[in-house]
Design a protein around this ligand. Structure first.
Ligand SMILES: [Zn+2]
Length: 423
């Protein structure tokens, strides 16, 4: 009989774990699909993703604060829309593969004469000199990555193409799209340039600057069985970069469909009957992180319950690897919690290493930490995957090496933290 029970439990245990990664994989596939438009600001990708998360929360028995899973707020954003074309000497290049238009660029339909800028340095004086020498409104500067700062920082204030070496990935960012500039900047793969020189550069795409783009955090919770007024909180940002025009989107599998999947998976787990810990657990999925921690800042300023009731907050951002373990930002500040994570990890033999890192305002824990909420930010480490802010950060390639170990570690941490409340 006893042996039979053991076998039964072993069976339940093992199916439980395999279900976790299946659920996470399913969420990753959905969040990174073309229909979610990169969970950004063109074609309402953020809203589609938010509705999906809400449906899953509801299905898994997660409660909403005051009957509403959504916390709405506005942010300023410039969007690149429609067909995006870059034609060099009558040859059309491939958006996303060959080039990216910087998120701050204004809409444009123009043909430029190129102006090559070579040499290693371009100081303020020579930039000014350039404006005296040329009518830069008619020109597009072509230069290397070393001049990036001058053009990006609105300092040279001229249209520019920044050439990227083969090994340099085309990274996109939307944090620089909070304002619309009056010049276009294009990142272009060097090997996409035609042989024999550039005669003309035609740039054509539309843009719209939206001063108040309405987006939303998605927030839910489960009730603790002993001290429901105290909260443990899991956070992650579900937004990504969205679309650069209608053909190019950024899937953002590692950044941060991975963290979103973990928070939704934890919500599903703790929402099951019998799994609720002593404290309540809140699940906060933020929008607007890529635009500059907008969602988490709004939530920290307008929390659904007093921040003083948060016993501990764990933020997850980019957890798709894990062969080398995890890093815990703020681990040096919250030594006891960090020690607890390390102890559990060692006892259970989960991840290769739980590494400590000092404080850093590099993800959504930061606005809460700045308001005195005890919080850490966890990301995984490993060389098995390095896509970041590219069109190739895709779910099917994401290894999720440490996913199940991290899931176990976080569940154990919640129970051990809540049990330790009277000690
Ligand atoms: Zn990012």
């Amino acid at each position: 009989m006893r042996a039979w029970i053991f076998v039964l439990f072993a069976f339940l245990g093992s199916t439980g774990w395999s279900q976790d990664i299946t659920y996470a994989r399913d969420i990753l596939d959905k969040l990174t699909s073309p229909g979610m438009h990169g969970r950004g600001y063109y074609k309402k990708g953020d809203k589609k993703a938010a509705r999906f998360i809400k449906r899953e929360f509801r299905k898994n028995g997660i409660h909403a604060f005051e009957g509403n899973y959504f916390q709405k707020f506005d942010l300023p954003i410039n969007t690149i829309r429609g067909r995006v074309e870059l034609t060099i000497n009558n040859r059309k290049l491939d958006p996303g593969q060959d080039f990216l238009i910087a998120a701050f660029s204004p809409g444009m339909h123009r043909t430029f004469t190129p102006l090559w800028l070579t040499g290693d340095s371009l100081d303020a004086a020579s930039a000014e000199h350039l404006h005296e020498k040329y009518d830069l409104s008619e020109r597009i500067i072509i230069t290397g990555s070393h001049h990036k700062k001058l053009t990006r920082g609105n300092y040279l204030n001229a249209h520019a193409i920044i050439l990227k070496d083969e090994e340099e990935p085309l990274w996109w960012h939307v944090s620089n799209g909070r304002e619309q500039a009056d010049h276009v900047v294009i990142d272009l793969k060097k090997d996409a340039l035609p042989e024999g020189g550039v005669e003309s550069v035609e740039v054509r795409y539309r843009s719209r600057y939206i001063e108040k783009y309405r987006t939303q955090n998605v927030i839910g919770f489960i009730k603790g069985h002993a001290e429901p007024d105290s909260f443990l909180v899991f956070t992650a940002h579900y937004d990504h970069l969205g679309r650069m025009g209608k053909e190019t989107y950024f899937p953002g599998a590692n950044d941060n469909a991975s963290g979103t999947a973990m928070v939704m998976d934890l919500a599903r787990f703790f929402g099951e009957p019998g799994n609720a810990p002593a404290y309540s657990v809140a699940f906060m999925l933020f929008a607007g992180e890529e635009a500059g921690l907008e969602g988490s800042r709004y939530c920290a300023d307008n929390p659904p319950f007093p921040l003083s009731r948060i016993k501990f907050l764990i933020n997850l951002d980019m957890i798709g690897t894990g062969s080398e373990g995890i890093t815990v930002v703020n681990g040096t500040v919250f030594k006891k919690a960090f020690g607890c994570l390390q102890r559990i990890n060692k006892d259970k033999g989960y991840l290769a290493e739980v590494k400590v890192r000092d404080e850093s305002c590099n993800s959504d824990h930061c606005p809460f930490y700045q308001k005195g909420v005890p919080s850490v930010f966890i990301y995984t480490r490993g060389k098995e995957y390095s896509e970041y802010h590219t069109i190739t950060d895709m779910a099917e390639d994401l290894p999720l090496t440490g996913y199940e170990d991290l899931f176990g570690l976080l569940v154990d941490f919640v129970h051990s933290f809540a049990e330790g409340r009277k000690k």
